[in-house]
Design a protein around this ligand. Structure first.
Ligand code: CA
Length: 230
């Protein structure tokens, strides 16, 4: 279950929210001033922060600003009633959401769930991005072993996918048939490299022919290459 850090100097409110969150199954930590809050936010491994604005030490706005310099952790600001300036300042500093005191605990719980889900999704998306290999409209999702051309998923066999991935990872380098055999089929080359040519032909049918592009080039006397247009 997620860990939530409450940064709030009003002890009663902090205690009340803590009990409710624990009842929901969250782990909870509390800081009663801005400096402690910032320090705990950076080091305690919390998953979300409830951050009061009017705090001794550092204001919530300042805590938020400093946190955002090094952390994407979801922040929900707790603001005094009708203090529009504070709300805007908090959001400007990168807070994800805010709650006006006094608030209904059900609403706070709902906003916490939304902020946590959104964050999880964002992290997953950025991880997936790192796991992409692109060439023009062609895109490989390495984690899923899936290949797309624009919006269309290519239906590639395992070997076709691996062949394409190897060529893309060696973009702008001519790779020999032997190299392809060794790295994609995974055995030492003894005789016939025709199998590579056959699979290249399949790939070309599925990409070049289907989409009218030219992705894989033949390098005469060497092998194949995926080359950036110059
Ligand atoms: Ca306060």
């Amino acid at each position: 279950m997620a860990k939530i850090l409450i940064v709030e100097d009003e002890v009663k409110i902090a205690r009340f929210v803590e009990l409710e969150l624990k009842y929901e199954g969250y782990e909870v930590e509390i800081a009663n001033d801005g400096r402690t809050g910032l320090d705990m936010a950076l080091h305690s491994g919390a998953d979300l922060i409830l951050l009061d604005i009017m705090l001794p030490g550092l204001s919530g706005i300042e805590v938020c600003r400093r946190l955002r310099l090094e952390s994407e952790i979801p922040i929900i600001m707790l603001t005094a009633k009708d203090d529009v300036t504070d709300k805007v300042a908090g959001l400007d500093m990168g807070a994800d959401d805010y709650m006006t005191k006094p608030f209904a605990i059900e609403e706070l719980l709902a906003r916490i769930r939304v902020a946590l889900n959104r964050h999880t999704k964002r992290v997953a998306e950025s991880e997936e991005k790192k796991d992409e290999l692109s060439f023009g409209k062609l895109c490989l999702l390495l984690g899923r072993h899936a290949a797309y051309f624009g919006e269309d998923e290519l239906s590639l066999t395992k070997k076709e996918y691996e062949l394409l991935e190897y060529l893309l990872k060696n973009k702008n380098i001519a790779v020999t048939r032997e190299q392809l055999l060794n790295n994609v089929w995974g055995y030492e080359y003894f005789g016939d490299t025709n199998v590579v040519d056959v699979y290249i032909r399949y790939l070309r049918q599925k990409i070049d022919d289907r989409f009218g592009v030219h992705v894989i080039s033949t390098v005469r006397g060497v092998g194949y290459i995926i080359k950036d247009e110059k």
